[in-house]
Design a protein around this ligand. Structure first.
Ligand code: HEC
Ligand code: HEC
Length: 296
């Protein structure tokens, strides 16, 4: 390492140690409408499952996120079963709503992965109702998936991430209009987090303002720790221009691509998406400006 690089790293470390990733929380009272628990389970699998669902233990007891870049540190998705110490049992419905609307946890920690400012009230209600239900997959589990430890660079990155403000949203889910529903799903299932240019230039409030929105290229890691770039999903020849809707549905829900190759980790399998929902996502993607980006 040359001297200049060493100086930069030292400066970054000093900065990072003093950064703000701890926030005040507000106690909000959240009254979930009588939500549908089975729809809540489906939405929780879709919106939270790729990180928190453990396929070995078949519950929401969390796991290591292998795909996060190593220089950020080690990141573990928490156990969110109802265990009061090892899980999220202490979270009240209000604290869960606050976490999902702002990215700030009950102890004031900023955890931007969960920040979903545009989630409809009915989905938020259903997810909260499910997490508080007596379903097997959220029953208290003592499993400790591991502690998240950020590197100095990871802490620095987090300190540039803005926490959201709590707003009582009253957001309606646009179920009637396929293109708007597709946009809603690409936002709330976080397709755009991976399928845009970089995690560093996302706009979670207005996803379409993220750099290279859905044009692919974001550098991730597969299950073996090898570098993998997210494919381009815009309607360009280097994206999904020549895909049929059923090829698209198969890739997203069964993990088999257009050329019959396996769609590998970290692409989550969204098996619970209905035909109408994959069709809506496909219709929405077709309306995006095509981006010329051949991802290898
Ligand atoms: C991209 C991955 C990802 C997704 C998607 C995700 N989470 Fe998390 N979640 C994490 C990580 C990582 C942590 C632990 C962060 C840490 O320890 O700093 C966490 C922590 C939590 C916690 C514990 C907070 C605490 O105070 O310790 C709760 C509760 C939670 N998530 C709920 C959810 C819910 C509900 C959803 C779905 C709406 C969701 N998460 C979606 C990655 C994710
Ligand atoms: C955690 C990151 C991540 C998320 C979230 C994610 N993807 Fe992916 N996706 C990937 C990666 C990486 C690949 C490439 C996998 C491979 O090459 O085997 C991929 C592949 C795909 C493919 C196949 C493309 C091709 O050229 O073979 C489609 C279609 C797709 N994703 C759609 C979606 C949709 C729709 C969503 C949201 C509902 C989504 N993805 C969410 C990372 C992600």
């Amino acid at each position: 390492m040359d001297l200049k690089m060493g100086t930069i790293l030292a400066a970054v470390t000093v900065l990072a140690v003093g950064c703000k990733i701890q926030y005040k929380t507000e106690q909000i009272s959240y009254k979930a409408a009588s939500a549908n628990v089975s729809e809540g389970k489906r939405m929780t699998m879709l919106a939270c499952g790729s990180c928190h669902y453990n396929f070995e233990t078949k519950d929401f007891s969390g796991k290591k996120l292998e795909d996060s870049p190593k220089f950020l540190g080690k990141i573990y998705a928490a156990n969110i079963t109802q265990h009061p110490e090892h899980g999220a049992g202490k979270y009240t419905p209000g604290e869960l709503a606050y976490l999902l609307r702002t990215g700030i946890g009950r102890t004031g920690r900023l955890m931007p992965y969960m920040h979903r400012p545009n989630m409809a009230d009915e989905d938020l209600d259903a997810i909260i109702a499910y997490l508080k239900s007596d379903d097997r997959a959220v029953k208290p589990s003592e499993r400790n998936p591991g502690e998240t430890k950020y590197s100095p660079i990871g802490r620095l990155g987090l300190s540039f991430t803005k926490a959201g403000k709590y707003q009582e949203a009253r957001i309606q889910k646009p179920v009637e209009d396929p293109v708007r529903l597709g946009k809603y799903l690409v936002d709330n299932l976080a397709c755009f987090h991976c399928h845009s240019k970089s995690f560093a230039s996302l706009d979670v409030h207005e996803p379409e303002r993220s750099k290279g929105f859905m044009g692919g290229g974001n550098k991730l890691r597969d299950a073996a720790g090898k570098k993998i770039k997210a494919p381009n999903l815009t309607p360009h020849a280097t994206g999904i221009l020549n895909w049929t809707e059923s090829e698209f549905r198969r890739a997203v829900t069964e993990g088999v691509s257009k050329d019959n190759s396996v769609v590998s980790y970290p692409m989550p399998l969204f098996a619970e998406l209905t035909q109408a929902e994959t069709s809506a996502i496909f219709a929405y993607l077709k309306t995006l400006p095509p981006i010329d980006n051949a991802v290898k």
